[in-house]
Design a protein around this ligand. Structure first.
Ligand code: GLU
Length: 315
């Protein structure tokens, strides 16, 4: 029976998928399907130079080979287009709405200036914007815009924004102290992830967001955007990150964790990922459908997961 639940995969295909991407899709798929929900595939290719279409096509092929299917996506659906690069009109409209509320200002800081002026770095490696351009007058901004095009930032209040994550529990941040005024559009004209993801999840009717814990700290900012734009936020489930055997975060450049380097059959890959995620104790090969009976968020660890040496070798 179909319920109102709608989950999504939202990969940024800047290279071949790695195990972390696949785990994300598996958990999103299981979480949505287990509650009778639909799944959307949205390609987060805002940065088209880094995410060429061939990587997106490869991502689709990899997911299908693993048996991770979707109901709406680049091939069709009621809320398309499903490539962020084709949705910029929607982001522009949201930006104008925020600007109309007097909350958007131009920022002329260079990368080096940002680095030098920013408040202490956060645990996740991001920096808190020091507010350098917050108080520029319209005249000062117009003068500086002759030199270089500005980025656009959202002015945030000194308020605590907290929520209860479906897996990680309560999490909150003070927007001004812990995040600072954040980017809505970069100086090269590309819209920022935070704005695009909120606009898209709302426009596509997403009710359930499953993603890596590296994005937990983005959620208070996104909830603030939902409120400003008058949109209803989804439920969030953040899961722990997969680490390489040496304890590093996986990246698309990590050959051993990329599908390019893994020779195992699809079911073996999923079975071993489900083992790491706590709901396939034997580690045997599994299809996504067969995992529906075993998956539950309670079994998934909350700490980062280190991939044991050799687990994905063979085949
Ligand atoms: N596109 C993001 C990524 O691949 C995920 C964004 C999200 O799930 O909110 O890391």
């Amino acid at each position: 029976m179909e319920t109102g639940v709608k989950g999504r995969f939202a990969p940024s295909p800047s290279g071949r998928a790695h195990l972390g991407n696949i785990l994300c899709c598996l958990l999103a798929w299981l979480s949505a399907r287990q509650s009778g929900g639909r799944v959307v595939l949205r390609i987060e290719d805002l940065d088209t130079a880094r995410c060429p279409r061939r990587y997106a096509d490869q991502m689709e092929a990899d997911l299908l080979r693993l048996g991770l299917s979707w109901d709406e996506g680049p091939g069709g659906g009621p809320d398309g287009p499903y490539y962020q690069s084709l949705r910029t009109d929607l982001y522009q409209a949201a930006l104008e709405k925020l600007a109309g509320m007097g909350l958007v200002y131009p920022c002329f800081c260079t990368r080096a200036e940002l680095h030098a002026a920013s408040a202490p770095h956060r645990e996740d490696g991001q920096t808190v914007y020091a507010g350098t351009c917050r108080a520029l007058t319209a005249e000062q901004a117009a003068e500086r815009a002759k030199g270089r095009p500005p980025a656009l930032r959202l002015r945030v209040p000194p308020e605590e924004w907290a929520f209860t994550d479906g897996h990680m529990g309560r999490y909150g941040e003070n927007l001004e102290r812990d995040c600072g005024d954040f980017l809505l559009r970069r100086s090269d004209g590309l819209f920022a992830y935070q704005l695009a993801v909120v606009v898209d999840d709302a426009a596509m009717g997403i009710t359930q967001v499953v993603r890596g814990a590296d994005l937990l700290s983005s959620t208070p900012r996104q909830l603030y955007l939902y409120r400003l734009l008058g949109l209803t936020p989804p439920e969030f489930f953040h899961f722990p990150l997969l680490l390489s055997p040496e304890g590093r975060r996986l990246s698309k450049r990590d050959a051993a964790a990329g599908l390019d380097g893994i020779r195992l059959p699809a079911a073996e890959v999923l079975g071993r990922l489900a083992y790491l995620a706590g709901f396939n104790p034997s580690g045997a090969g599994r299809t996504p459908e067969s995992l529906l009976a075993d998956f539950s968020w309670d079994k998934v660890p909350r700490e980062d997961i280190r991939i044991p040496v050799g687990l994905f070798e063979g085949g």
